[in-house]
Design a protein around this ligand. Structure first.
Ligand SMILES: [Zn+2]
Length: 343
C-alpha cells in the first residue's frame, strides 16, 4: 500500500530518469532481491484489503455460524442413524428368514396371494355382495392369524426376485401377500393386522389415482377411497408400493386399455409411475398382457410382473408371467389352508 502510494506519487519523468540501467551480474542480483522485497511488502496489504472489501460486501455473514454448523452435523448424524436403523430392520428380517429355512427346510413352491378391497362388516348385506374381489375384514383377519399361528414367513417382492434369481432360499412356509388397485381399506384394516404379526405386503397402485386420491367412499358411484402418497409414506414399514400402471386401469371396448397402446405409450405410462414411486414390480390390470407389454416392462426396469392366473411361483416360473391366487369371498379357511400349504 505504502509502496503503491509512493510509486503513484512519483512524477513520471522522475521515474523514467531513475530507471536503472544495470549491466553487472551483481547489480542484477541486487535488483532481483529488491524486487522480491517489494512484492512481499505489497502482497500482505493487498490480501488484507481483499478481506476488508469482503466484509463490506457482507460475505462474512454468509459463513455458517457455530450454531448452524452444529445443526448441520446433527442433521447428518440423524440421517446416519435412520439409515442404520433401516439396515437393522433388514438384517433382522434376513435373520428371521434364515432361521425359518433352518427350521422348516427350503420352499420350492411359493403362493402369492392377491387381495383387493376389504369391507368392514357383513359382506352379504353390503354393496359388494356380488363382487368376487372384495372380502370382509374378519375373513382377512382370520387368514392372517392362521399364517401367524402356523409359523409362516411373508416374503417381500425383493426377496421373491432374489429367490427367482437363485440368490436366496425361502422357508418352506412362505407366502407373498399382495393387494391390487390401492384402496384405503388396505391401510385402514390390513395395515394394523400385518404390523401386529410382523408381516410384509405389497400394494400395486394406479399412479394417477394415488395422485388424486379420493377422500371418501362413494358407494353410489362405486368410487372407493384411494391411497395418497402421504398414506403410502406413513405405512412403508409394512407395505411396499408397486406399479399397476400409471393410468391404464380401465377397459376400452371391453379390452384392457394397456393392450390398446403402442409400445411408446406403454413406455411412457410405466416411466410415469416409476418416476413417482421408483417401482420395480408390476401387476397387469385385469391380468391382461402380451409380448409388447413385457418388452416395455423390461425396458423400464421392471423385474417381475404378476398375472391373475392361479398357481405357485417356482424358480422356473417366467418372471413376467408370475401366477397369483385370488382370495375371494368363496375362499373358505379350508381352501386358504390348502393354498398356503401347497395342497
Ligand atoms: Zn386392478
Amino acid at each position: 500500500m505504502i509502496l503503491s502510494i509512493f510509486v503513484a506519487g512519483l512524477p513520471s519523468v522522475a521515474f523514467g530518469e531513475k530507471m536503472p540501467n544495470k549491466t553487472t551480474k551483481e547489480e542484477i542480483l541486487e535488483e532481483d532481491k529488491a524486487e522480491e522485497k517489494r512484492l512481499k511488502e505489497n502482497k500482505a496489504p493487498v490480501e488484507k484489503l481483499a478481506k476488508e472489501e469482503a466484509v463490506e460486501e457482507g460475505e462474512e455473514s454468509q459463513a455458517p455460524s457455530k450454531e448452524e454448523e452444529f445443526n448441520q452435523i446433527l442433521a447428518a448424524l440423524k440421517e446416519n442413524i435412520s439409515r442404520l436403523e433401516e439396515e437393522i430392520v433388514k438384517l433382522k428380517k434376513e435373520n428371521r428368514r434364515i432361521s425359518k429355512v433352518a427350521e422348516q427346510g427350503i420352499g420350492e413352491k411359493i403362493p402369492v396371494l392377491m387381495y383387493h378391497h376389504l369391507y368392514n362388516g357383513n359382506l352379504k348385506e353390503s354393496p359388494f355382495k356380488n363382487n368376487s374381489a372384495v372380502i370382509s375384514v374378519d375373513m382377512f383377519k382370520e387368514q392372517m392369524k392362521y399364517l401367524h399361528d402356523n409359523g409362516f414367513y411373508t416374503a417381500t417382492l425383493e426377496e421373491l426376485e432374489r429367490f427367482l434369481n437363485k440368490e436366496i432360499p425361502l422357508p418352506k412356509k412362505t407366502v407373498v401377500i399382495t393387494f391390487d388397485d390401492g384402496y384405503y381399506s388396505n391401510i385402514e384394516y390390513a395395515y394394523p393386522i400385518l404390523k401386529k404379526y410382523g408381516f410384509k405386503a405389497t400394494i400395486f397402485v394406479v399412479g394417477n389415482k394415488a395422485k388424486n386420491a379420493s377422500k371418501d367412499h362413494n358407494l353410489k358411484t362405486g368410487t372407493l377411497r384411494g391411497l395418497s402418497y402421504e398414506d403410502m409414506n406413513k405405512t412403508s414399514d409394512v407395505f411396499d408400493f408397486q406399479s399397476h400402471t400409471y393410468d391404464k386401469h380401465h377397459r376400452i371396448d371391453n379390452r384392457a386399455a394397456l393392450l390398446t397402446l403402442t409400445k411408446e405409450e406403454m413406455l411412457e405410462d410405466f416411466t410415469s409411475i416409476k418416476e413417482e414411486l421408483n417401482t420395480r414390480y408390476f401387476a397387469y390390470p385385469f391380468g391382461a398382457y402380451n409380448g409388447t407389454v413385457i418388452e416395455a416392462l423390461k425396458e423400464t426396469g421392471h423385474a417381475l410382473a404378476f398375472t391373475i392366473k392361479s398357481g405357485y411361483v417356482t424358480v422356473n416360473s417366467p418372471k413376467y408371467e408370475l401366477p397369483r391366487f385370488t382370495i375371494s369371498p368363496l375362499t373358505s379357511l379350508e381352501k386358504f389352508k390348502n393354498i398356503v400349504n401347497q395342497k
